[in-house]
Design a protein around this ligand. Structure first.
Ligand code: PLP
Length: 394
C-alpha cells in the first residue's frame, strides 16, 4: 500500500511538535532534568479533585449538554467578568471544550476559509500554525523581537497584512517568551485590528499567571468583543492539564457556529472534568483564588531565580512577565537554540526546548519551563552553568 498517497497532504507534510520530539529522547535518559514540558508541577488542589470524585459517586456519568454544564458556563461567565471585565451570556456565548486546545481548533475552523491568511505572532505556541494549515488557510508569522520585549507591534502587523488576511491570533501572556501585552501595548493593536475589520482568537490560557500587574483581556477593549473568540481553560491556572477542560467565549453567532463542529466531533467535555472545573471556580470565588495565588507566588520566585542566573552566566535573558517560561538567548555560546539544546542534553542531561520549535524568530533561543520544583531548577541551573562555561572557553 502506498500509505503516503492515502494520507491528506496537509497532514503528511505536518512536522511533529518540536517539543515532543525532544522529550522522547530525554525520556530515555535516567538522570535527566526536564525544563521542557509546559505543565504545572503541582497536583490539582484537593477540593477540585474531591468534587470530581463526588460527581462520580453520585453517578453523574452521562453526557452533559453540548455547550457544557449550565452551572459551569454560569461560573465561567462570572469568572471572566469579575477577573477580566469580559462579559458573556452563559447560555449563548460560552462553549466548554476539551482543553483550550479544542477551543483553538474549533475557533480556527469557524473563522477561516481555505485561502485565508492568519497572522500569528512569532514565536508562539506550537499548535496555531498546524491548526491554521488544517483549515486550508496560511499561517503568516508576525515577528516579535527581543528588542520590543517580544511584544506585538503595529509595525510588525503592517508588514505582514495582505488583502487575504482574515484572523489575528493574540497569544498573550506568551508561550514561549513570557511576554505580556499591557493595556497601553494592546490599545494600538486593537485599534489596528478594528480598522482592518479582522477577527481575533485571543488565547488567554496564562491570564492568571502574570507577575507585573493584572492581565488585560483583548475582548474587553473597545470594538473588540464583537470580533473576538476568547480562548482559555483550567490547565495552567488550576494545575489541571490532565482533566482536558477549556472554553471559548464569543458573540452568539460565533459560538453557535463553533457548537456545530463541537457537537459533531466531541459532543461534550468529560462530565467529571466539568464538575471539577465548576468546583475550581466556586472555591476560587469564595476564597479569592487562594490556590492560584499560592502557585503564582511559587512560580514568581522561580522566575526571578532563573532570570538572574541566566544573565549571570552571560546569556541575555529577557524578564518574562507572564506564563511559566524563560527564553534566554544562547547566541553567545556560538550556537543556535537547537544545537544548544541537543548538546546540553547530551553533555549534562538537562532538557530545554529549542526556540525554533515556536517559530523562526526563536532560532537563537531556548525555552526553559519553571513549572519544575526549586531543587531540580537549582541542579539544572548548575549543570547549564558548567555547560555554558565549557563551550564559551572552548
Ligand atoms: N495555549 C497555549 C499558549 C498553551 O501553552 C497551551 C498548552 O501548553 C494550550 C493553549 C493548550 O492548553 P490545554 O491544556 O487547555 O489544551
Amino acid at each position: 500500500m502506498n500509505y503516503s498517497d492515502k494520507i491528506n497532504p496537509v497532514v503528511r507534510e505536518m512536522k511533529p511538535s518540536g517539543i515532543r520530539k525532544f522529550f522522547d529522547v530525554a525520556a530515555k535518559m535516567p538522570d535527566v532534568i526536564s525544563l521542557g514540558v509546559g505543565e504545572p508541577d503541582f497536583v490539582t488542589p484537593w477540593g477540585i479533585r474531591d468534587a470530581a470524585i463526588k460527581s462520580l459517586q453520585r453517578g453523574y456519568t452521562q453526557y452533559t449538554g453540548n455547550r457544557g454544564l449550565g452551572e459551569l458556563t454560569q461560573e465561567i461567565a462570572l469568572y471572566l467578568a469579575s477577573r477580566f471585565g469580559a462579559t458573556y451570556d452563559p447560555a449563548s456565548e460560552l462553549l466548554v471544550t476539551v482543553g483550550a486546545s479544542e477551543a483553538l481548533d474549533v475557533a480556527m475552523r469557524t473563522l477561516t476559509r481555505p485561502g485565508d491568511e492568519v497572522l500569528i505572532p512569532d514565536p508562539s505556541f506550537v499548535s496555531y500554525a498546524p491548526c491554521v494549515a488544517l483549515c486550508g488557510a496560511t499561517p503568516v508569522p508576525v515577528v516579535c523581537s527581543a528588542d520590543n520585549g517580544f511584544k506585538l507591534t503595529v509595525a510588525a502587523l503592517e508588514a505582514a497584512v495582505t488583502p487575504k488576511t482574515r484572523v489575528v491570533i493574540l497569544p498573550f501572556p506568551n508561550n514561549p517568551t513570557g511576554a505580556v501585552m499591557h493595556r497601553a501595548d494592546l490599545e494600538p493593536i486593537c485599534r489596528w485590528i478594528v480598522e482592518h475589520d479582522l477577527t481575533v482568537i485571543s488565547d488567554e490560557i496564562y491570564a492568571e499567571l502574570t507577575y507585573g500587574g493584572k492581565h488585560v483581556s483583548a475582548a474587553a477593549l473597545p470594538g473588540m468583543r464583537e470580533r473576538t473568540v476568547l480562548v482559555s481553560g483550567f490547565s495552567k491556572a488550576f494545575a489541571m492539564t490532565g482533566w482536558r477542560l477549556g472554553y471559548a467565549a464569543a458573540p452568539k453567532p460565533f459560538t453557535d457556529a463553533m457548537l456545530k463542529i463541537h457537537q459533531y466531533t466531541i459532543m461534550c467535555a468529560p462530565s467529571a472534568s466539568q464538575y471539577a472545573g465548576l468546583a475550581a471556580l466556586r472555591i476560587g470565588r469564595e476564597d479569592g483564588y487562594a490556590a492560584v495565588a499560592d502557585m503564582r507566588e511559587k512560580y514568581d520566585l522561580r522566575r526571578r531565580f532563573l532570570v538572574a542566573e541566566f544573565n549571570d552566566m552571560g546569556l541575555d535573558c529577557f524578564e518574562p512577565e507572564g506564563a511559566f517560561y524563560v527564553f534566554p538567548c544562547v547566541k553567545r555560546c556560538g550556537m543556535d537554540g537547537e544545537t544548544f539544546a541537543n548538546e546540553l542534553l547530551a553533555a549534562k542531561h538537562v532538557a530545554v526546548v529549542p526556540g525554533e520549535a515556536f517559530g523562526a524568530s526563536g532560532r537563537d533561543y531556548v525555552r526553559c519551563s519553571y513549572a519544575t520544583g526549586m531543587r531540580d531548577l537549582e541542579t539544572a541551573v548548575g549543570r547549564i552553568r558548567e555547560f555554558v562555561a565549557e563551550v564559551r572557553n572552548h
